[in-house]
Design a protein around this ligand. Structure first.
Ligand SMILES: [Zn+2]
Ligand SMILES: [Zn+2]
Length: 745
């Protein structure tokens, strides 16, 4: 048969995932000659073969590509014939404009796990065993292309045995950049907190397990940062961790040895099991299975579980044979600690450090997901999921850097038809977190060799992200995107929707076009514009930002709306939560609108209800009131409360009055949830458009479940969080066709 030369170009996640050796192995199978190489767009293959074999070769690529790879496009072209002697892997060419994806960090693969526990294997018990199909990626990368010299593995010189594997295209570790072994790779060091002195020279795992069993708290260096770990069956150890971390009630995640152990702790359905055992290994929030120490998640019947994702975790849990509390090591409001220097700020919280000498280049928290009505809801998009590109249903006209919001911050860069969304960065409430935020921006820009034409940001003048946008704008164009519009646009972009939608944004607070704090918004929306068709009536946040932590302030303000000065003489859980003097002071503040910004936020309305029903007066962590209300919902309660709806204004006062007359808290809460669903039904009724839901309030499992039950076609995001972590994606796509209307400060 006649031989031809073909060129094949493949884009997608095709670098650092064993793609070239896979092609090499195919070339051996089909006895073809040619080359394979990485370039800035992906992988390029040159093949000398006949048409029939070429087609078989292409099919094999499409069906058999390596587990961590994903293919976006395959293009091929016939070229003038050129001869090759054999098939070769060619070293990476100099990258131009980088469009390949940065691979995320994934869990240890089955084959490596087998070798880890095989006494005859040379990597038996090696806590950093890895191969081309598993392990760390993003967290160790300084720069693209993804080669060892561009990672924190560059400081480790491979031994001969490792080098042989690294250079053998038929080996599972061919070009596995983080490859190493007992002789040449990273090593553990168990240290006390004070002197940084190694506690013992060897057997660090045994000693760590011994200390955990004694009830000690150990900071363990993981993939994207440190965890604080303690025995999850030891109530006293957990209580100590809570006291030292000053974290009274916010739930802790628990790491189980395997899915069997996880099942003893939680009620896990098929979809949840799939997520728990996936290569991304997120924390999955499931129903608890009593009994367990109450300290893990006080007052809450749900538990966040995850499985070991590194060989180090596996070695510890395999010896320990019991679950571990594993919470990110960070100072409140600060990003996750990624080195010993950061960790020192937590001195006094942990007793020992299990350290290793491979640097964490890019911090990355654990991801958190839950399943509601069979749908995956991502609460925190980080390790395993990020930074992965999201494909758009259209081409962007300009390069856009989107700076996200202020809480649960993420940033995004958009070019061509893709958006790269950073991992969860955190709240921008401290100098440390703002620095970390800037570092994330620089990292993405550098790795992708990205230059923005447009900087998209939130409208809130006080957000750190807005201030950053204004400071760094230079010659670039600024584009303000309303917060809730960005929420809805994010879902549209993820779901590749191109027409108009009916968006419901139930949220905490976000800056509105009128300068008020929105958060209960109904909008008809597409990429070019939007109309706010309805919203909750404004109510006042007494004390401004303080009201966000104190549900009682919001409830009091609504009582003033309802009863005026007469509210001062009421005797209910909300008024009891204040002294008589405070009540009078707040009445004046309410009357005069002093330090009392107006809001239409459903999230804040949740808080008010929690106070009125005496579920929560002051919160110790964000979202606490909603979580406690989830607990008290009873699906056998029927009916809802009344509310007013006229000219796009939803009046919630009638429902509050009815609720106050209800003596049974469970009935009141259940009817409250039903009323929110009814509100959506009433406002949405006249519209024949897809229903899109977003905003932090939809993290509420009960509310989301009820809305999906009522509207099975409702569209929610599955790849980005409904909370402010999804804002950056929405900001990228706003008015993507047009830059005429943009304003340049
Ligand atoms: Zn592996
Ligand atoms: Zn080695």
């Amino acid at each position: 048969m006649e031989l031809c030369t073909y060129r094949v170009n493949i884009t997608g996640t095709v670098q650092g995932v064993g793609f070239r050796p896979f092609i090499y192995a195919l070339a051996e199978r089909y006895l073809v000659t040619g080359t394979v190489s990485n370039n800035s767009k992906g992988v390029e293959i040159l093949l000398n073969t006949d048409t029939l074999t070429f087609n078989q070769f292409l099919t094999a690529i499409e069906y058999e590509y390596p587990p961590l790879a994903s293919i976006d496009t395959i293009n091929h072209k016939e070229l003038p014939y050129q001869p090759f002697d054999d098939f070769k892997i060619i070293e990476t060419k100099e990258a131009g404009e980088v469009t390949v994806n940065i691979p995320p960090d994934v869990s240890i693969c089955e084959e490596c796990e087998k070798e880890l526990f095989d006494p005859s294997n040379r990597r038996y018990g090696y806590p950093f065993i890895t191969c081309t199909h598993c392990g760390v990626r993003y967290s160790i990368i300084y720069d693209l292309p993804y080669d060892r010299v561009n990672t924190s593995m560059k400081f480790f010189k491979m031994c001969e045995a490792c080098e042989d594997e690294y250079n053998n295209p038929l080996d599972r570790r061919y070009h596995a950049q983080p490859i190493g072994c007992h002789d040449c790779g990273p090593k553990l060091k168990l240290m006390d907190t004070v002197g940084r002195v190694p506690l013992i020279p060897t057997d660090e795992i045994d000693k760590t397990v011994e200390l955990l069993l004694e009830g000690k708290i150990i900071a363990v260096k993981g993939v994207g940062g440190y965890h604080l770990m303690c025995d999850a069956t030891n109530e006293e150890a957990i209580a100590t961790l809570r006291t030292r971390k000053q974290r009274p009630t916010k739930p802790f995640a628990v790491m189980a040895r395997d899915i069997e152990m996880a099942r003893e702790l939680g009620e896990i359905n098929a979809r949840e099991e799939q997520l728990l055992t996936s290569k991304e290994r997120p924390i999955v929030i499931v129903g608890e299975r009593a009994p367990r120490p109450t300290g893990i998640a006080p007052n809450i019947s749900r538990i966040g579980l995850f499985l070991p994702y590194t060989p180090l975790h596996l070695l510890i849990l395999d010896k320990l044979q019991r679950p571990l509390v594993a919470t990110s090591a960070n100072v409140t409001d600060e990003p996750i600690c990624t080195n010993l220097e950061d960790l020192e700020k937590l001195q006094g919280v942990y007793d020992y450090v299990l350290e290793h000498n491979r640097d964490i280049v890019n911090g990355c928290d654990d991801s958190v997901v839950m399943v509601v009505k069979e749908q995956q809801v991502i609460l925190r998009r980080a390790r395993g999921y990020a930074p992965v590109s999201i494909k758009l249903p259209f081409e962007l006209k300009h390069n856009v850097l989107a700076l996200g919001a202020n809480q649960k911050s993420t940033i995004a860069i958009g070019f061509d038809n893709q958006v790269i969304l950073s991992p969860h960065i955190g709240d921008l409430d401290s100098i440390g977190s703002v620095e970390y935020y800037k570092k994330n921006i620089e990292t993405l820009e550098r790795m992708y060799n990205f230059k923005a034409d447009i900087i998209a940001h939130d409208m809130h003048p006080q957000y750190e992200s807005t201030k950053y946008a204004k400071r760094c704008v230079g010659k670039r164009t600024l584009r303000e995107v309303q917060h809730h519009r960005a929420h809805i646009l994010g879902v549209m972009a993820e779901k590749q929707i191109s027409g108009k939608v009916f968006g419901v944004a139930f949220d905490g607070t976000g800056y509105g076009d009128d300068g008020k704090l929105w958060g209960g918004e109904f909008m008809v929306c597409d990429y070019d514009g939007y109309e706010r068709v309805a919203h909750l009536n404004y109510f006042k946040l007494l004390g401004g930002a303080k009201a966000i932590k104190e549900p009682r302030r919001i409830a009091l303000s609504l009582l003033f709306d309802l009863y005026g000065e007469n509210a001062l003489t009421l005797n209910n859980p909300t008024t009891q939560a204040f002294s008589p003097t405070e009540l009078k002071t707040y009445f004046i503040a309410w009357q005069k609108g002093l330090n009392a910004p107006e809001t239409s936020s459903v999230g804040r309305f949740f808080d008010a209800v929690a106070s009125l029903l005496d579920i929560c007066q002051v919160m110790s962590f964000e979202g606490e009131s909603g979580m406690m209300m989830e607990e008290m919902y009873n699906s056998s309660v029927v009916g809802h409360y009344n509310f007013g709806y006229k000219e796009g204004q939803i009046d919630v006062l009638p429902m509050l009055a009815e609720m106050l007359a209800e003596s049974n808290t469970t009935i009141a809460i259940s009817k409250f949830f039903h009323t929110l669903v009814e509100m959506i039904a009433v406002v949405y009724a006249p519209y024949d458009l897809p229903l899109v839901l977003s905003g932090g309030v939809f993290q509420n499992r009960v509310l989301l479940g009820l809305v999906i039950e009522r509207f099975p076609k409702a569209i929610i995001s599955n790849a980005i969080p409904p909370n402010d972590g999804g804002i950056a994606l929405g900001q990228v796509v706003e008015r993507f066709r047009n830059n005429m209307k943009e304003k340049n400060d």
